[in-house]
Design a protein around this ligand. Structure first.
Ligand code: SF4
Ligand code: SF4
Length: 388
């Protein structure tokens, strides 16, 4: 791959697009910074175990039920009694409050996600392939560097710098938690989820492929040029998706108390790898999840996204509605398998075969410069010149 040669090949118009896009991304982040990085109060919380649940929750922005759940009390426990008399220790209360505060959204992250998705989308649609390029030079199209830079920015800024929340996975789970009364503002939780799913629909799973910090960290590890032979083995989508869907169903059954009889119990809480970005590992299971997933990422493409993430599952369903996506020209395609070989999942295989529900496509762009007869493009579903 030669990035200089790509830059040398792009047209004057594309260079204007490039500079306008970078300026646009920068402007979005500046606006986000000026509007204030956190939408919620950072006032210190005053609390002790002589206070009741009702005394504390207004400062936390959660419902009484949510604090009861965090303290591992029944959801219908008295909200007016001092916590000490309910058997809660100061340490337990402190830990519960810390955990609730760690879920507060840093509003600047919404702008960072928007900027990264915008950059990735313009790159895939307008910039990666030089205008008027001869397909003999296709190996120089879509250099990996812009994608790698986006993934690095995501890990550093949207991850370690700005903390774990918001993120796509929690945004989805919070909608269901709001349904069992754990948040006083369910409308806001729905808006946050709609934001993420829109970013997944405008460009096929772009929020996952270009901006989610934990997805990015896994992909960066996978992209290291080691163990290449093992990496070529792909996991069967039917297996990974069945496990992911099963976990999602189990989450709903536990959360609504259909299994376990404890409404508000969230299984993802015990395997939430986004805690890494707060350097806050509440339990051994979270440590193990992070270690196993990041270790597995050396040989498996995004194991957490493939096996576990509920947003990954829901956004896979939403891919049916995505506007910009990988499209294969069925009239041209000779089924040579070049794209299938470079795709880290079974996505290209499903697209070439014309499956209605192919595996997740993370819009990584790996397949866009390998087709010998130029039958693959990243484009809008409304463009008629390529058959689905
Ligand atoms: S599927 Fe992966 S990239 Fe998408 S939200 Fe989940 S962890 Fe992030
Ligand atoms: S290589 Fe696979 S995952 Fe990446 S854009 Fe192409 S079809 Fe999607």
């Amino acid at each position: 791959m030669n990035n200089y040669s790509w830059f040398a090949q792009i047209s004057f118009k594309q260079r204007i697009w490039l500079f306008a896009t970078v300026a646009g991304m920068f402007a979005i982040i500046v606006v986000g910074t000026l509007l204030g990085s956190s939408g919620e109060s950072t006032e210190p919380i005053g609390f002790n175990i002589d206070m009741s649940i009702k005394d504390i929750t207004p400062q936390l922005g959660v419902t009484n039920k949510a604090l009861a759940r965090e303290l591992e009390l029944p959801l219908n426990v008295s909200k007016k009694e001092p916590l000490g008399t309910l058997g809660v220790t100061y340490q337990e209360l402190e830990h519960a409050i810390e955990h609730i505060l760690s879920h507060r959204d840093n509003m600047l992250k919404y702008y960072v996600f928007t900027a990264l998705v915008l950059g990735g989308l313009v790159y895939l649609i307008r910039l990666g392939r030089p205008d008027g390029a001869d397909s003999k030079s296709r190996r120089n199209w879509y250099p990996r560097v812009p994608h790698i830079v986006s993934l690095l920015l995501s890990v550093v800024i949207a991850g370690f710098l700005l903390g774990k929340s918001p993120n796509p996975m929690e945004a989805l789970v919070k909608v269901f938690k709001a349904m069992v009364g754990l948040y006083p503002d369910p409308g806001m939780k729905v808006i946050a989820f709609v934001f993420f799913i829109l970013l997944a629909i405008i460009g096929n799973k772009m929020i996952c492929g270009w901006a989610c910090p934990f997805g990015a960290l896994q992909e960066l590890i996978y992209s290291l040029p080691i163990l290449r032979k093992i990496k070529q083995k792909k996991l069967p989508f039917i297996l990974t998706n069945t496990i992911r869907a099963g976990l999602f169903l189990a989450m709903l059954l536990f959360l609504f108390g259909i299994i376990g009889g404890r409404e508000g119990f969230v299984i993802y809480h015990y395997i939430n790898p986004f805690n890494l970005f707060n350097l806050d590992f509440e339990s051994l299971s979270i440590w193990l999840t992070v270690i196993i997933v990041l270790g597995g990422s050396f040989i498996i493409f995004r194991p957490f996204c493939q096996f576990i993430c509920p947003f990954g599952f829901v956004s896979w369903i939403a891919e049916r509605f995505s506007i910009f996506r990988i499209r294969v020209d069925k009239d041209k395609c000779t089924q040579c398998g070049a794209c299938i070989k470079v795709c880290p999942l079974e996505a290209a295989k499903g697209k070439v075969a014309g499956n209605k529900m192919p595996a997740d496509c993370f819009s990584c762009g790996r397949c866009l410069n390998v087709c010998p007869i130029d039958a693959i493009r990243y484009k809008s579903v409304f463009k008629k010149d390529i058959k689905k």
